[in-house]
Design a protein around this ligand. Sequence first.
Ligand code: NAD
Length: 260
Amino acid sequence: KLEGHVAVITGSTSGIGQALASALAEQGVNVVLNGLGDPAKIEADRQALQARTNAAVRYHPADMTRPEEIKDLIAYAVREFGRLDILVNNAGIQHVAAVDEFPEEKWDALIAVILTSTFHASRAAIPIMKAQGRGRIINIASAHGLVASPFKAPYVAAKFGVVGFTKGLAVELARTGITANAICPGYVKTPLIEAQIVDQAKTRGIPEDRVMEDVILAAQPTKKFVEYEHLAGMLLYLASDVGASATGAALSVDGGWTAT
Ligand code: NAD
């Protein structure tokens, strides 16, 4: 039973993070949302999630490039709820370009938001989880944490880093009651990807379903997007008591992508 547990989900104002936060709140987990975006929309989403679940839902605006703010995000969860059971490191950004043309500041931003924030949030959460004798650190990596694609080398580097960090955490924490795992999604139809489908269909002059199958899902044997519920199912498993022996794993939820 996850009811009454407390979770922090970074980057949960949109896409996967928002869906995972909703799935946790639906189980009665009190959640701290985080992420960028229009404050009025964030507040409306927060209230809506709280109204339709039994969970208390809070929001903290920590910027994942700022270590002090990340520490305050974790401290805020404890101030509000008195404990922290689940940390989901999900915030992420993408930039697609050849390495020799990749803006230097985009490399720094990608590594900061994806990899370094995972270190800072975990570092702040571990003492709290150790004191409780139980904790769950769940990092949203990617199929790109296991295999590469062209023009995404910095993203691939950051996600491989997340997978490596997860394994290091897991072996270090193995006797503390804290598990650490990475979920490695294939393509998920988030707002970001939906916009890409429309753009590509226009520029290539082909229907949107062909863009999905031939361009975006070229690497994904199922030729279907991974759905939010499929990631939420893995998250709830890892967060629950029956997930206690799963630690240090990079769990693919990718429609067969990394099997090829
Ligand atoms: P998204 O753009 O919809 O959401 C990203 C979230 O991160 C947003 O809430 C955003 O505000 C937040 N964020 C970005 N920069 C931040 C910062 N500096 N500080 C705080 N929050 C910040 O993207 P998504 O597709 O839902 O991606 C979520 C995670 O899943 C990312 O780590 C991404 O790499 C990973 N992922 C996505 C896919 C996919 O197909 N969409 C596949 C594999 C992995």
